[in-house]
Design a protein around this ligand. Structure first.
Ligand code: 13P
Ligand code: SF4
Length: 302
C-alpha cells in the first residue's frame, strides 16, 4: 500500500494545495510542508500563494484564521479543527471592548495569538518577532497590549518611553520553564547559549542570553559561533534546529515542553482533510474586513 506521506504529496498536486506548518508541528508534518515558519512568516507566506487553490494550515486556529483574513478569496483548511490556543482564548471580545471603554483613545495592540473577533476590535496586530518595533512605531505614548503579559514585559523593557496597559494572559507551555531549569542548564552546558521565547516568565527572560521568536532562534543558531544551545520554547522547534544545523547541539531547557494543540495535526488528519476538503475556516465579511485592517497596520508599522 502506498505510504501516507506519498498519498499526501499526491493530494498536494491534485488539489493544487499549499501546506503551511508552524515550527512546533511534529517532524513528519514539518517535512511535508511547503513552508515552515513562525507566526509572522506564515502570515506573510499566506499572502504569497496566489496560484494555489487552497491553503492547508498545520498549526492552531488563530494562525489559520490569520491566513484566511489575509486571503479571503482562498479556501483555508485547518486539519486539526479542534486545535486552539489557550493564550488566545484568554482575551474575550467583550472584555477587550470594556478595557477600550475605560481607556478612550488608547490603541489596542494585539498579539497574533488572538481570535479573529479580537483582531477585529484591535488597532494593530504584532507577533513575537516584531512586537517591540510595532509599539515603538505607533505614534502614541500609551497602548493596550494583549493578551500575553510576558511578551508585554519584553516589549516594555525595550520601549521604556511608552506606557503599556497589559492584559493578564499567558501561555501555559512557556510558563513551565523555571529558574532551576536555567541553573541546571548552565551547570551542565556552561558553553551553551541559552535562548528563550518572550512568552517565558520575566525572570527566565532576564537570565537567558537571548529572547527571540521561534524564527529568531533559528537565525541565531545559524549565525552564532557557539556549538551548543539550550532552547526555552515548545519542543517542536528543536527538530528544525537540529535538521538545519547538523554540526551543532540543541537541548531543551529543563524537560521538553509540549503544546498539545500543536500536536493535534497528524498525517492521518492532514490526509483526510485534504481528500474531503473539510475543516474550512469560515469568517464573516465584517470580521475579515476589520481584522484585516489590524493585520495590515502591522505590516505598515514594521
Ligand atoms: P512564534 O511567532 O515565535 O512562532 O510563536 C508563536 C507561538 O504560538 C508561540 O507559542
Ligand atoms: Fe498557544 Fe502557547 Fe501553544 Fe503557542 S505554545 S500555540 S501560545 S498554547
Amino acid at each position: 500500500m502506498e505510504k501516507i506521506v506519498d498519498q499526501i504529496k499526491k493530494l498536494k498536486i491534485e488539489k493544487n494545495a499549499v501546506v503551511l506548518a508552524h515550527n512546533y508541528q511534529i517532524p513528519e508534518i514539518q517535512d511535508l510542508a511547503d513552508f515552515t515558519g513562525d507566526s509572522l512568516e506564515l502570515a506573510r507566506k499566506a499572502t504569497e500563494v496566489k496560484d494555489a487553490a487552497m491553503i492547508v494550515f498545520c498549526g492552531v486556529r488563530f494562525m489559520a484564521e490569520t491566513a484566511k483574513i489575509l486571503n479571503q478569496e482562498k479556501k483555508v483548511l485547518l486539519p486539526a479543527y479542534d486545535a486552539g490556543c489557550p493564550l488566545a482564548d484568554m482575551a474575550k471580545v467583550e472584555d477587550v471592548l470594556k478595557l477600550k471603554e475605560e481607556n478612550p483613545g488608547v490603541p489596542v495592540v494585539s498579539y497574533v495569538n488572538t481570535s479573529a473577533e479580537v483582531k477585529a476590535v484591535s488597532d494593530v496586530c504584532c507577533t513575537s518577532s516584531n512586537a517591540p518595533k510595532i509599539v515603538k512605531n505607533i505614534p502614541v505614548d500609551t497602548v493596550i497590549f494583549l493578551p500575553d503579559k510576558n511578551l508585554g514585559y519584553f516589549v516594555q523593557k525595550q520601549v521604556p518611553e511608552k506606557r503599556l496597559i497589559l492584559w493578564d494572559g499567558y501561555c501555559f507551555v512557556h510558563r513551565m520553564f523555571t529558574l532551576n531549569d536555567l541553573k541546571k542548564g548552565r551547570e551542565r552546558y556552561p558553553d551553551a547559549e541559552i535562548i528563550v521565547h518572550p512568552e517565558c516568565d520575566p525572570e527566565i527572560q532576564d537570565n537567558a542570553d537571548f529572547v527571540l521568536s521561534t524564527s529568531g532562534m533559528l537565525k541565531r543558531a545559524k549565525e552564532s559561533q557557539s556549538k551548543k544551545f539550550i532552547i526555552g520554547t515548545e519542543e517542536g522547534l528543536i527538530y528544525r534546529l537540529k535538521k538545519e544545523n547538523p554540526e551543532k547541539e540543541f537541548f531543551s531547557l529543563g524537560a521538553a515542553r509540549v503544546c498539545f494543540n500543536m500536536k493535534k495535526t497528524t498525517l492521518e488528519r492532514l490526509k483526510e482533510c485534504m481528500e474531503k476538503e473539510t475543516n474550512e475556516v469560515i469568517l464573516s465579511d465584517e470580521i475579515v474586513k476589520k481584522a484585516k485592517h489590524a493585520l495590515e497596520s502591522m505590516i505598515k508599522y514594521i
